[in-house]
Design a protein around this ligand. Structure first.
Ligand code: GLA
Length: 389
């Protein structure tokens, strides 16, 4: 969150809607430290909300119309929809519209519409959850303006429901949960099966989290994402003919190895192997962080990348190059792709004294090899979505 963007969205609202906003809100994006593609396999994830995200200035309306404007898509102008006719537009506003519908599916009632102006500083299609931020932000605004009394956790679930049901991406709960429930200076370990969670402080005095945007948009991601889900479901169904397992991630590494032969397709076996081992790594990573053992944490990140690249096959050559380059720099404790994959960003845990060398080396090598200048962000962990006062 930054004050400059807060002022900016207030002015944008005034220019566009010719009125003063009732209030201003922020919802963060997220970076996942470890626990990738486990959240739809009943496993653990370990993300933190970040200081990049989406801002909204909003005003409750007396009419039954919602009017949405985004400074990221100014050419689309104001997009209006009536409460009784919430049709898809094919534009960015489908996200807030989906959230309004999802709220209703959860039994909440809106007396009226609202005017909402948005602006986000998350790079689009980069795997930092700009969609989840927009969903959780819309939920937070409506919840506040109309005193709907949804809990933060419910706002995350409503965001996921909106994405699954109305946008058509079969995502897990991680992104919306991180955006709603993040905590400053902490990462959140979430059990996606039970929704139990706990926070773990990030030792900023020792190491920094750096995100590198490969500049490759993950546009193929949603169909490939749904394929991965199906492959995991096939693997689980085959295992369940022989053992009792509520989810893939309910298995220990040993249990998996003993029963892996029941999964007939080698591809499905690899996908399942990733999910099971990634879940164990994530639980071990929490212990490493709590013990202050950042080297162990970093090694688990490296291993996670290898598994995502070889077993789960969701990396790409640009992400592999960024990770390999990072892992060769002194003072880099761990590096891996983060998010759904097929492009987007890497996350790097770097000793504070090595941050400059990291930025220089990544910039030089990646630009030279790919012709793309990588964007590098040193991020801090932020609170989840909130009203800004
Ligand atoms: C996307 C999804 C999440 C999660 C990650 C992979 O970000 O939205 O639910 O599955 O991919 O870990």
């Amino acid at each position: 969150m930054n004050e400059h963007n807060k002022d900016k969205i207030v002015k944008i609202f005034e220019n566009v809607f010719k009125a003063e906003a009732d209030s201003v809100f922020f919802a963060p994006g997220r970076v996942n430290l470890i626990g990738e593609h486990t959240d739809y396999n009943g496993g653990h994830v370990f993300p933190c909300a970040i200081d990049l995200g989406t801002y909204c200035a909003a005003k409750a309306s007396k009419s039954n119309e919602f009017r949405f404007y985004s400074d990221n898509f100014p050419d689309n102008g104001i997009i209006s929809v009536k409460l009784d006719k919430l049709n898809k537009t094919g534009l960015w506003a489908d996200y807030p519209i989906a959230v309004v519908k999802a709220f209703r599916s959860y039994g909440y009632i809106f007396p009226h519409g609202a005017d909402m102006a948005f602006f986000g500083d998350l790079p689009d299609g980069s795997g930092l959850s700009s969609s989840a931020a927009l969903e959780v932000l819309t939920g937070t605004v409506l919840n506040t303006l109309y005193k709907l009394s949804a809990t933060k956790q419910e706002l995350a679930l409503i965001g996921q429901f909106a994405e699954n049901r109305f946008i058509g991406v079969n995502c897990g709960i991680m992104d919306q949960f991180a955006s709603a429930m993040g905590k400053r200076d902490n990462a959140v370990l979430l059990d996606s099966y039970t929704l139990d969670y706990s926070y773990a402080p990030i030792p900023r005095e020792k190491a920094s989290i750096l995100i590198v945007n490969s500049g490759v948009k993950h546009s193929l991601a949603s169909s490939a994402y749904n394929d991965r889900r199906r492959e995991c479901e096939t693997a689980l169904a085959e295992l369940r003919r022989h053992i009792d397992a509520p989810s893939l991630c309910a298995l220990s590494d040993d249990e998996f190895e003993k029963n892996a032969q029941y999964i007939t397709e080698p591809i499905c076996r690899k996908r399942a192997r990733h999910a099971v081992y990634e879940n164990s790594r994530t639980i071990t990573a929490l212990a490493a962080l709590k013990n202050g053992d950042l080297s162990a944490f970093g090694r688990l990140m490296n291993e996670s990348h290898r598994s995502l690249s070889e077993d789960y096959e969701v990396s790409c050559k640009e992400l592999d190059l960024l990770v390999k380059t990072a892992q060769g720099i002194d003072g880099v404790l761990g590096a891996r792709m983060t998010g759904g994959g097929f492009g987007g960003c890497t996350v790097n845990l770097v000793e504070n004294g090595s941050v400059e060398a990291f930025e220089r080396t990544i910039h030089d090598i990646y630009s030279k090899e790919t012709g793309i200048v990588p964007k590098i962000y040193k991020i801090s962990a932020e609170d989840g979505a909130k009203e800004l006062r």
